[in-house]
Design a binder for this molecule. Structure first.
Ligand code: AMP
Ligand code: ZN
Ligand code: ZN
Length: 337
Protein backbone atom coordinates (compact mmCIF):
# COMPACT_ATOMS: atom_id res chain seq x y z
CA UNK A 1 0.00 0.00 0.00
CA UNK A 2 1.43 3.45 -0.83
CA UNK A 3 1.38 6.36 1.66
CA UNK A 4 -1.44 8.91 1.55
CA UNK A 5 -1.00 11.81 -0.86
CA UNK A 6 -3.80 13.80 0.82
CA UNK A 7 -3.02 17.21 2.26
CA UNK A 8 -2.31 17.24 6.01
CA UNK A 9 -4.10 19.83 8.14
CA UNK A 10 -2.56 23.25 8.85
CA UNK A 11 1.05 22.68 7.88
CA UNK A 12 3.16 23.68 4.92
CA UNK A 13 4.32 21.00 2.58
CA UNK A 14 6.78 20.89 -0.31
CA UNK A 15 5.74 18.99 -3.40
CA UNK A 16 7.96 18.32 -6.39
CA UNK A 17 6.61 19.35 -9.78
CA UNK A 18 7.85 16.37 -11.75
CA UNK A 19 7.41 18.23 -15.04
CA UNK A 20 9.78 21.07 -14.16
CA UNK A 21 11.88 19.60 -11.36
CA UNK A 22 10.98 22.62 -9.22
CA UNK A 23 9.51 22.58 -5.71
CA UNK A 24 6.09 24.01 -4.89
CA UNK A 25 5.01 25.04 -1.36
CA UNK A 26 1.44 24.31 -0.33
CA UNK A 27 0.44 26.39 2.70
CA UNK A 28 -3.13 25.83 3.73
CA UNK A 29 -3.01 27.96 6.87
CA UNK A 30 -2.07 31.05 4.82
CA UNK A 31 -5.51 30.97 3.21
CA UNK A 32 -6.82 32.14 6.58
CA UNK A 33 -4.96 35.44 6.38
CA UNK A 34 -7.52 38.24 6.32
CA UNK A 35 -6.46 39.80 3.01
CA UNK A 36 -5.43 36.83 0.93
CA UNK A 37 -8.26 36.84 -1.54
CA UNK A 38 -9.22 40.51 -1.32
CA UNK A 39 -10.22 42.21 -4.55
CA UNK A 40 -7.26 42.96 -6.79
CA UNK A 41 -6.70 46.65 -6.49
CA UNK A 42 -3.73 48.73 -5.50
CA UNK A 43 -5.13 49.46 -2.05
CA UNK A 44 -3.84 46.90 0.43
CA UNK A 45 -5.50 48.19 3.60
CA UNK A 46 -7.47 45.70 5.64
CA UNK A 47 -11.03 45.76 4.23
CA UNK A 48 -12.39 45.25 7.76
CA UNK A 49 -10.48 48.25 9.09
CA UNK A 50 -8.33 46.31 11.56
CA UNK A 51 -5.34 48.32 12.84
CA UNK A 52 -2.04 47.75 11.07
CA UNK A 53 0.00 45.14 13.01
CA UNK A 54 3.26 46.76 11.91
CA UNK A 55 2.50 50.31 13.17
CA UNK A 56 4.11 51.61 16.39
CA UNK A 57 1.80 50.93 19.31
CA UNK A 58 0.56 47.62 17.87
CA UNK A 59 3.67 45.59 18.65
CA UNK A 60 1.63 43.03 20.60
CA UNK A 61 -0.18 42.10 17.36
CA UNK A 62 3.04 40.45 16.16
CA UNK A 63 5.22 37.72 17.71
CA UNK A 64 8.11 39.07 19.84
CA UNK A 65 10.78 40.84 17.78
CA UNK A 66 13.93 38.96 16.80
CA UNK A 67 15.68 42.23 16.31
CA UNK A 68 14.81 45.83 17.19
CA UNK A 69 16.78 48.70 15.73
CA UNK A 70 16.64 52.12 17.33
CA UNK A 71 17.57 53.84 20.53
CA UNK A 72 15.61 55.37 23.37
CA UNK A 73 12.65 53.00 23.16
CA UNK A 74 11.52 54.27 19.76
CA UNK A 75 12.29 51.54 17.29
CA UNK A 76 13.08 52.48 13.72
CA UNK A 77 13.04 48.94 12.31
CA UNK A 78 11.92 45.53 13.59
CA UNK A 79 12.42 41.97 12.43
CA UNK A 80 9.66 39.63 13.66
CA UNK A 81 8.68 36.01 13.06
CA UNK A 82 5.94 35.75 10.42
CA UNK A 83 2.61 35.03 12.12
CA UNK A 84 1.58 32.85 9.16
CA UNK A 85 4.85 31.15 8.21
CA UNK A 86 5.14 29.32 4.91
CA UNK A 87 8.34 27.67 6.20
CA UNK A 88 8.72 26.64 9.82
CA UNK A 89 10.70 24.25 11.99
CA UNK A 90 14.19 22.82 12.12
CA UNK A 91 13.79 19.47 10.42
CA UNK A 92 16.01 18.92 7.45
CA UNK A 93 14.83 18.43 3.92
CA UNK A 94 13.87 14.76 4.00
CA UNK A 95 12.45 13.93 0.59
CA UNK A 96 9.82 11.21 0.59
CA UNK A 97 8.58 9.27 -2.41
CA UNK A 98 4.93 8.42 -1.84
CA UNK A 99 4.53 6.39 -4.98
CA UNK A 100 5.62 6.54 -8.61
CA UNK A 101 5.03 10.30 -9.06
CA UNK A 102 4.23 11.91 -5.69
CA UNK A 103 7.33 13.39 -4.06
CA UNK A 104 7.11 15.54 -0.96
CA UNK A 105 9.19 17.09 1.80
CA UNK A 106 8.44 19.08 4.92
CA UNK A 107 8.42 22.85 4.46
CA UNK A 108 10.79 23.41 7.34
CA UNK A 109 12.73 26.66 7.61
CA UNK A 110 12.41 30.27 8.75
CA UNK A 111 9.93 32.96 7.73
CA UNK A 112 10.39 36.46 9.07
CA UNK A 113 8.97 39.92 8.42
CA UNK A 114 11.25 42.94 8.28
CA UNK A 115 9.42 46.17 9.15
CA UNK A 116 11.90 48.72 7.83
CA UNK A 117 10.04 51.90 8.76
CA UNK A 118 7.81 53.15 11.59
CA UNK A 119 5.82 55.26 9.17
CA UNK A 120 2.82 53.46 7.71
CA UNK A 121 2.83 55.43 4.46
CA UNK A 122 6.56 55.56 3.78
CA UNK A 123 8.41 53.30 1.38
CA UNK A 124 11.91 52.37 0.29
CA UNK A 125 12.16 55.54 -1.79
CA UNK A 126 12.08 57.86 1.26
CA UNK A 127 14.69 56.11 3.43
CA UNK A 128 17.49 58.36 4.68
CA UNK A 129 21.09 57.29 4.02
CA UNK A 130 21.29 56.16 7.66
CA UNK A 131 18.08 54.11 7.40
CA UNK A 132 19.22 52.49 4.15
CA UNK A 133 22.46 51.53 5.95
CA UNK A 134 20.59 50.15 8.99
CA UNK A 135 18.35 48.11 6.70
CA UNK A 136 21.26 46.47 4.92
CA UNK A 137 23.20 45.82 8.14
CA UNK A 138 20.12 44.24 9.70
CA UNK A 139 19.68 42.07 6.60
CA UNK A 140 23.30 40.99 6.92
CA UNK A 141 22.76 39.97 10.56
CA UNK A 142 19.65 37.96 9.63
CA UNK A 143 21.52 36.24 6.77
CA UNK A 144 24.36 35.31 9.12
CA UNK A 145 21.86 33.99 11.64
CA UNK A 146 20.12 31.91 8.96
CA UNK A 147 23.45 30.60 7.65
CA UNK A 148 24.32 29.39 11.16
CA UNK A 149 20.96 27.66 11.61
CA UNK A 150 21.12 23.92 10.91
CA UNK A 151 19.45 22.85 7.67
CA UNK A 152 19.01 26.36 6.21
CA UNK A 153 20.66 26.27 2.79
CA UNK A 154 19.49 29.52 1.19
CA UNK A 155 17.79 32.74 2.34
CA UNK A 156 15.51 34.71 0.06
CA UNK A 157 14.89 38.32 1.10
CA UNK A 158 12.05 40.06 -0.72
CA UNK A 159 9.88 43.16 -0.74
CA UNK A 160 6.39 43.08 -2.23
CA UNK A 161 4.90 46.52 -2.76
CA UNK A 162 1.30 46.97 -3.85
CA UNK A 163 -1.56 44.55 -4.15
CA UNK A 164 -0.76 43.66 -7.78
CA UNK A 165 2.67 42.54 -6.63
CA UNK A 166 1.22 40.30 -3.93
CA UNK A 167 1.52 42.58 -0.89
CA UNK A 168 -1.14 41.94 1.72
CA UNK A 169 -0.18 44.77 4.08
CA UNK A 170 0.57 48.38 3.16
CA UNK A 171 3.03 49.18 5.94
CA UNK A 172 6.61 49.17 4.56
CA UNK A 173 8.02 45.69 5.08
CA UNK A 174 10.03 42.93 3.52
CA UNK A 175 10.29 39.24 4.25
CA UNK A 176 13.14 36.80 4.83
CA UNK A 177 12.61 33.15 3.99
CA UNK A 178 15.26 30.69 5.14
CA UNK A 179 14.88 27.56 3.03
CA UNK A 180 16.03 23.98 3.58
CA UNK A 181 16.83 23.64 -0.13
CA UNK A 182 18.34 25.78 -2.90
CA UNK A 183 15.54 27.02 -5.18
CA UNK A 184 15.61 26.35 -8.92
CA UNK A 185 16.06 30.01 -9.86
CA UNK A 186 19.29 30.20 -7.86
CA UNK A 187 20.53 26.85 -9.18
CA UNK A 188 19.94 28.20 -12.70
CA UNK A 189 21.91 31.37 -11.93
CA UNK A 190 24.74 29.32 -10.41
CA UNK A 191 24.88 27.27 -13.59
CA UNK A 192 25.06 30.50 -15.63
CA UNK A 193 28.06 31.70 -13.58
CA UNK A 194 29.74 28.32 -14.05
CA UNK A 195 29.06 28.34 -17.81
CA UNK A 196 30.44 31.85 -18.35
CA UNK A 197 34.00 31.62 -19.62
CA UNK A 198 35.27 35.17 -19.07
CA UNK A 199 35.72 35.56 -15.31
CA UNK A 200 32.70 36.61 -13.22
CA UNK A 201 29.50 37.01 -15.22
CA UNK A 202 28.29 40.03 -13.25
CA UNK A 203 31.69 41.78 -12.91
CA UNK A 204 31.87 41.51 -16.71
CA UNK A 205 28.29 42.76 -17.04
CA UNK A 206 29.14 45.86 -14.98
CA UNK A 207 32.15 46.55 -17.21
CA UNK A 208 30.25 46.03 -20.46
CA UNK A 209 27.19 48.05 -19.42
CA UNK A 210 29.16 50.97 -18.00
CA UNK A 211 31.19 51.17 -21.18
CA UNK A 212 28.09 51.64 -23.38
CA UNK A 213 26.00 53.41 -20.72
CA UNK A 214 22.84 52.75 -22.74
CA UNK A 215 21.04 50.80 -20.06
CA UNK A 216 22.67 52.31 -16.96
CA UNK A 217 20.45 54.54 -14.80
CA UNK A 218 22.65 55.13 -11.74
CA UNK A 219 26.34 54.61 -11.22
CA UNK A 220 28.94 55.41 -8.59
CA UNK A 221 32.16 53.93 -7.20
CA UNK A 222 30.30 51.12 -5.43
CA UNK A 223 27.12 50.25 -7.35
CA UNK A 224 25.63 50.18 -10.83
CA UNK A 225 21.86 50.15 -11.40
CA UNK A 226 20.74 49.18 -14.89
CA UNK A 227 17.87 47.91 -16.98
CA UNK A 228 19.21 44.48 -17.92
CA UNK A 229 19.81 43.78 -21.61
CA UNK A 230 17.56 40.72 -21.28
CA UNK A 231 14.78 42.48 -19.27
CA UNK A 232 11.71 40.25 -19.28
CA UNK A 233 9.29 42.89 -17.99
CA UNK A 234 9.01 46.65 -18.60
CA UNK A 235 11.35 48.71 -16.38
CA UNK A 236 13.00 45.66 -14.84
CA UNK A 237 16.06 46.74 -12.83
CA UNK A 238 19.22 45.05 -11.65
CA UNK A 239 21.37 46.43 -8.83
CA UNK A 240 24.97 45.28 -9.04
CA UNK A 241 27.56 45.96 -6.34
CA UNK A 242 30.90 46.55 -8.05
CA UNK A 243 32.68 44.69 -5.26
CA UNK A 244 32.84 40.99 -6.12
CA UNK A 245 31.31 39.02 -3.27
CA UNK A 246 29.50 35.69 -3.41
CA UNK A 247 27.36 36.35 -0.36
CA UNK A 248 25.49 39.46 0.70
CA UNK A 249 26.69 38.78 4.23
CA UNK A 250 30.36 38.93 3.26
CA UNK A 251 30.14 42.25 1.43
CA UNK A 252 32.12 45.16 2.89
CA UNK A 253 30.18 47.78 4.86
CA UNK A 254 30.82 50.31 2.09
CA UNK A 255 29.43 48.06 -0.62
CA UNK A 256 26.48 46.82 1.43
CA UNK A 257 25.34 50.28 2.48
CA UNK A 258 25.84 51.69 -1.03
CA UNK A 259 23.48 48.99 -2.34
CA UNK A 260 20.89 50.14 0.24
CA UNK A 261 21.09 53.74 -1.01
CA UNK A 262 21.02 52.62 -4.65
CA UNK A 263 17.92 50.57 -3.94
CA UNK A 264 16.22 53.60 -2.46
CA UNK A 265 17.24 55.77 -5.41
CA UNK A 266 16.17 53.19 -7.98
CA UNK A 267 12.70 52.86 -6.45
CA UNK A 268 12.56 56.67 -6.25
CA UNK A 269 13.23 56.98 -9.99
CA UNK A 270 10.61 54.32 -10.78
CA UNK A 271 8.03 56.14 -8.70
CA UNK A 272 8.82 59.49 -10.26
CA UNK A 273 8.68 58.10 -13.78
CA UNK A 274 5.64 55.86 -13.40
CA UNK A 275 3.82 56.81 -10.19
CA UNK A 276 3.31 54.48 -7.24
CA UNK A 277 3.81 51.24 -9.19
CA UNK A 278 3.55 47.85 -7.58
CA UNK A 279 6.81 45.92 -7.64
CA UNK A 280 8.64 42.87 -6.33
CA UNK A 281 12.20 43.10 -5.20
CA UNK A 282 14.45 40.10 -4.59
CA UNK A 283 17.95 39.82 -3.13
CA UNK A 284 20.00 37.04 -4.75
CA UNK A 285 23.01 35.70 -2.92
CA UNK A 286 25.03 32.52 -3.13
CA UNK A 287 23.51 29.62 -1.14
CA UNK A 288 24.88 29.83 2.40
CA UNK A 289 27.50 27.11 2.19
CA UNK A 290 28.30 27.25 -1.52
CA UNK A 291 31.70 28.53 -2.58
CA UNK A 292 31.35 28.32 -6.39
CA UNK A 293 31.16 31.34 -8.69
CA UNK A 294 28.43 33.87 -7.84
CA UNK A 295 28.07 37.62 -7.30
CA UNK A 296 25.24 38.81 -5.08
CA UNK A 297 22.77 41.30 -6.57
CA UNK A 298 19.23 42.66 -6.34
CA UNK A 299 16.40 42.34 -8.87
CA UNK A 300 13.46 44.73 -9.10
CA UNK A 301 10.45 43.62 -11.14
CA UNK A 302 7.81 46.35 -11.55
CA UNK A 303 4.35 44.88 -11.87
CA UNK A 304 3.09 46.75 -14.92
CA UNK A 305 1.88 43.84 -17.05
CA UNK A 306 0.25 40.48 -16.41
CA UNK A 307 2.04 37.30 -17.38
CA UNK A 308 -0.20 35.73 -19.98
CA UNK A 309 -0.59 32.32 -21.60
CA UNK A 310 2.46 32.48 -23.85
CA UNK A 311 4.80 33.47 -21.00
CA UNK A 312 3.37 30.86 -18.66
CA UNK A 313 3.27 28.22 -21.35
CA UNK A 314 6.82 28.69 -22.57
CA UNK A 315 8.71 30.61 -19.89
CA UNK A 316 9.62 33.02 -22.72
CA UNK A 317 8.80 36.61 -21.76
CA UNK A 318 7.47 39.19 -24.19
CA UNK A 319 8.62 42.63 -23.03
CA UNK A 320 6.90 45.60 -24.70
CA UNK A 321 9.37 48.23 -23.42
CA UNK A 322 12.96 47.82 -24.64
CA UNK A 323 15.32 48.24 -21.66
CA UNK A 324 17.23 51.01 -23.51
CA UNK A 325 13.97 52.99 -23.69
CA UNK A 326 13.14 52.29 -20.01
CA UNK A 327 16.64 53.40 -18.97
CA UNK A 328 16.42 56.61 -20.95
CA UNK A 329 13.06 57.45 -19.33
CA UNK A 330 14.46 56.79 -15.84
CA UNK A 331 17.59 58.86 -16.55
CA UNK A 332 15.37 61.73 -17.75
CA UNK A 333 13.65 61.82 -14.34
CA UNK A 334 17.01 62.22 -12.65
CA UNK A 335 18.00 65.08 -14.95
CA UNK A 336 14.70 66.89 -14.28
CA UNK A 337 14.66 66.44 -10.51
P1 AMP B 1 3.09 40.66 2.18
O1 AMP B 1 2.06 39.58 2.01
O2 AMP B 1 4.18 40.63 1.20
O3 AMP B 1 2.44 42.01 2.31
O4 AMP B 1 3.79 40.37 3.58
C1 AMP B 1 3.11 40.48 4.79
C2 AMP B 1 3.53 39.31 5.64
O5 AMP B 1 3.19 39.59 6.99
C3 AMP B 1 2.79 38.04 5.27
O6 AMP B 1 3.74 37.04 4.98
C4 AMP B 1 1.96 37.71 6.51
O7 AMP B 1 1.94 36.32 6.75
C5 AMP B 1 2.69 38.44 7.61
N1 AMP B 1 1.83 38.89 8.71
C6 AMP B 1 0.55 39.33 8.65
N2 AMP B 1 0.12 39.72 9.87
C7 AMP B 1 1.16 39.54 10.74
C8 AMP B 1 1.36 39.78 12.12
N3 AMP B 1 0.39 40.27 12.88
N4 AMP B 1 2.56 39.47 12.66
C9 AMP B 1 3.55 38.96 11.89
N5 AMP B 1 3.43 38.72 10.58
C10 AMP B 1 2.26 39.00 9.98
ZN1 ZN C 1 1.22 50.46 9.69
ZN1 ZN D 1 19.59 36.96 -9.78
Amino acid sequence: MSASTAYPDRVSQMRLNQLTGRWVTIVKSRAQRPNDFAAREHQVEDPDGRPCPFCPGNEEATPAALETIGEGGEWIMRVIPNLYPAFEGEDGFAVQNLGPVHVQAEASGIHEVFVYSREHSDGLHVLSDAQAGHMMQALRRRFIDHAETPNIRYTQAIVNHGREAGASLAHPHGQLLGLPFVPGEILDEERAFARFAGGCLLCTTVEAEVSTGERVILENDDVVVLCPYWSGVPFELLILPREHSLHLQSASDTSLEAVGRALRDAIGLLQEALGDVAFNLGFHTSPHHHTGEYHWHVHIWPNLVTQAGFERGTGVMINIVPPEEAASQLRAVRVLS
